[in-house]
Design a protein around this ligand. Sequence first.
Ligand code: B12
Length: 217
Amino acid sequence: MIDLERLRTAVSELDEDTVMEIIDEIMAGGGDEAQAAMDVCREGLDTVGDFFENGEYFVSDLIYAGEIMTQVLGKLKPALLRGSGQKLGRMILCTVEGDLHDIGKNIVKAMLEAAGFDVIDLGIDVSPSTIVEVAKNEGIGIIGLSGVLTLAVASMKATVDAFRDAGMRENTRIIIGGNPVSQEVCESVGADAWAINPQQTVNTCRDWAKNQEPGKI
Ligand code: B12
């Protein structure tokens, strides 16, 4: 039995050796706890954020936490990617303009790929015009926007507005996610849905992909 509490503490204490030891143990045991481990690591990162806010940790610690999580995702990915074998089509995913955080986006990407999406990952700090342009050129109707900074909310709104200004809003489904996102934010931004949990993200996008009218999105 994997000690997930120990994993949570190890992430919050930036104890890389213990984190990797537990992750290796999970993968050696078949990877069944991979999703639970990701959830616990996310909680550990929340504590890292709290320590940063209290002044106990510095930007260098945030960078180190990011490196640890990137390694964790790399190791757990084969287990997270055990997919359904379905093909759900293509969608765009990125972190919005002004925001460089991509750990959450990369987790969501792994889960969407596992579910059967072909994810066009535009990366971080992506401008509204770039997202609209790729959606238009590639004929993509499902867009996932990630952001963890408070300022990401304004970028998400600018992106939704850019789709409307381009006359593409009606044929586009937009889901937003990340730390500052809530039902209230979703409504103020004008997105179609929001999620904090990758599984909920997958369920919403899967519903959209299955219900889309051929040629419409
Ligand atoms: C690691 C980290 C960094 C790393 C990021 C490395 C990387 N490659 O991403 C680095 C060092 C680069 C960094 C930089 C900064 N950071 Co920082 N960072 C963090 C930290 C500790 C963890 C973030 C994280 O990865 N969480 C774990 C992931 C898994 O969670 P998540 O992103 O929320 O994703 C989940 C869900 O939200 C959802 N989801 C995510 N994306 C999507 C997308 C869709 C479509 C959907 C549906 C769902 C979804 O699914 C994911 C899985 O469950 C947070 C603290 C925190 N509590 O979040 C601070 C935090 C976000 N950072 C903060 C700050 C202040 C900064 C800096 C300004 C610091 C500085 N002075 O330079 C810079 C900003 C740089 C920029 N312009 O973006 C603040 C933000 C404050 C604010 N309210 O705006 C936080 C909250 C810390 C704090 N408490 O003060 N940071």
